[in-house]
Design a binder for this molecule. Structure first.
Ligand SMILES: Nc1ncnc2c1ncn2[C@@H]1O[C@H](COP(=O)(O)OP(=O)(O)OP(=O)(O)O)[C@@H](O)[C@H]1O
Ligand SMILES: [Mg+2]
Length: 337
C-alpha cells in the first residue's frame, strides 16, 4: 500500500462568534486529534452523523481549512508549510464534489463557463482548447456538446451533479473528496452517479474520499473507512473488517439499523441514549460515553487512544483496548459524580 495522504494529529477549531468580550473565547472543536492514512487509488469513506466534522475533515485534507494543529502530508509534502506557489499547484491536484448540486453551480453561468472556470483561473485563455476539453468531459460524465450553452436551471439534480463532477476533474486531479455526492438526489439516480464515480476513478486513476452517512453506499464504494463521532475517529481501517466485525459500540449502533440491507443479518435496534453533545464543550473522556450502552466509569474521564487491534483495523474504545495505565484525576469522584 502506497500512502497518498496522511493526517497526523489534526485538529480544527473554529472560534464561536459573539459572546461577551470579558468571557473566555470559545471554540467549536470540529475535528480533534485525527490521524489517518489514505492509500493511492483507494476509496476512503468518512461516516458519521450530521455535524460530526466530516466536511471540515475533507476541507482540511485539500488545503481549504488550515488545521489549528497537526499535519497533512500529501504525496510526501507537508501541505500547509509549502511555499505559496507550490501550495497552489498542489491544491489543484485535490478537488471536491459538493453535496448540493443546486447551490454549488452558479446559476448565471452556462455549462461551458461553469466547467471551464478552474482552467480559466489557472491561466488558460484559449477558447478552443477550453471548449474541446469541456466537450470531452461532458461526454465522459454522460452529457453532450449540445448542453454547452445551457444553464444549471435547465438540468435535473442528477445532471447537475454530473456537471459538478465534470468541473471537479477538469484539471486532472489525483485526489477527490466527494462530500455526500448523492444524498441530495433521488434514489433512482443515486446508483447512476455512484457508477459514474467508479468509472471515472478507474479511468483517471483517482483516489477518493467518500463522505456519507449512508452505510450501504459506504460498504459498496469504500476500501477503507473512518467512523467519526463529535470530531474524533472512533473506528477506522479496512472496510471489509469493520463491516464484518464492528468493534466500537458507536459503529455497532450505526450498523444495527441497516443490518438487514447492508450485512444481510436480521435488523437490530440499538437505541442510543440522549442527543449528541455540543462540539463547543465535548465530554472529557470518551466523546461517546454519554450515549454509549456499554460505558464504564473510566470512559467518563479517560480519552481512549485510537489503537490498531488487528491489521488495518483501529478502534478508540476502552472496552476493546482496556484502560491504559494512567492516573485518574484527583477530583475523579467528583467528575464522574
Ligand atoms: N466555518 C465554520 N465556523 C464555525 N463552525 C463551523 C464552521 N464549519 C463547521 N462548523 C461547525 O463544526 C462542526 C462540524 O461541522 P461539519 O460541517 O464539518 O460537519 P459534517 O459532519 O460535515 O455535518 P453534515 O453531515 O451536516 O454535513 C459543526 O458543529 C459545525 O457547526
Ligand atoms: Mg458536511
Amino acid at each position: 500500500m502506497n500512502p497518498i495522504l496522511t493526517m497526523q494529529n489534526v485538529s480544527v477549531n473554529f472560534p464561536v462568534k459573539g459572546g461577551l468580550p470579558f468571557l473566555k473565547k470559545r471554540f467549536v472543536q470540529a475535528v480533534s486529534d485525527v490521524s489517518l492514512t489514505i492509500n493511492q487509488g483507494e476509496t476512503f469513506g468518512v461516516v458519521g452523523e450530521s455535524g460530526c466534522g466530516k466536511t471540515t475533515l475533507g476541507n482540511a485534507m485539500i488545503g481549504m481549512v488550515k488545521p489549528t494543529s497537526g499535519e497533512v502530508i500529501f504525496q510526501g509534502k507537508n501541505l500547509y508549510t509549502l511555499p505559496k506557489e507550490e501550495f497552489k499547484a498542489t491544491r489543484r491536484q485535490m478537488q471536491m464534489i459538493f453535496q448540493d448540486p443546486y447551490s454549488s453551480l452558479n446559476p448565471r453561468f452556462n455549462v461551458y463557463q461553469i466547467i471551464s472556470e478552474p482552467m480559466f483561473i489557472r491561466g488558460e485563455d484559449d477558447e478552443e482548447t477550453m471548449k474541446a476539453r469541456v466537450v470531452e468531459l461532458l461526454e465522459l460524465v454522460g452529457l453532450s456538446s449540445d448542453d454547452l450553452y445551457r444553464y444549471p436551471s435547465d438540468f435535473s439534480g442528477g445532471q447537475r451533479q454530473r456537471l459538478g463532477i465534470a468541473r471537479s476533474i477538469i484539471l486532472n486531479p489525483s485526489f477527490l473528496v466527494c462530500d455526500e455526492p448523492v444524498s441530495a438526489l433521488d434514489v433512482s439516480i443515486h446508483a447512476q452517479i455512484l457508477n459514474l464515480l467508479n468509472e471515472i476513478q478507474a479511468q483517471m486513476n483517482l483516489t477518493y474520499v467518500f463522505i456519507s452517512h449512508n452505510l450501504a453506499d459506504v460498504k459498496n464504494m469504500c476500501d477503507r473507512l473512518a467512523v467519526m463521532y463529535l470530531g474524533k475517529i472512533m473506528e477506522s481501517g479496512s472496510s471489509e473488517k469493520i463491516f464484518r466485525n464492528p468493534l466500537h459500540p458507536y459503529t455497532q449502533a450505526l450498523l444495527a439499523v441497516v443490518l438487514d440491507t447492508v450485512v444481510g443479518k436480521e435488523r437490530e435496534f440499538v437505541i442510543l441514549k440522549g442527543d449528541i453533545p455540543s462540539p463547543i464543550n465535548p465530554p472529557m473522556g470518551c466523546r461517546f460515553w454519554q450515549r454509549c450502552p456499554k460505558a464504564m466509569e473510566g470512559c467518563k474521564t479517560v480519552p481512549p487512544e485510537h489503537l490498531e487491534v488487528e491489521e488495518d483495523h483501529f478502534v478508540a474504545c476502552h472496552l476493546v483496548n482496556g484502560f491504559p495505565d494512567v492516573e485518574l484525576p484527583t477530583n475523579y469522584d467528583q467528575l464522574v459524580g
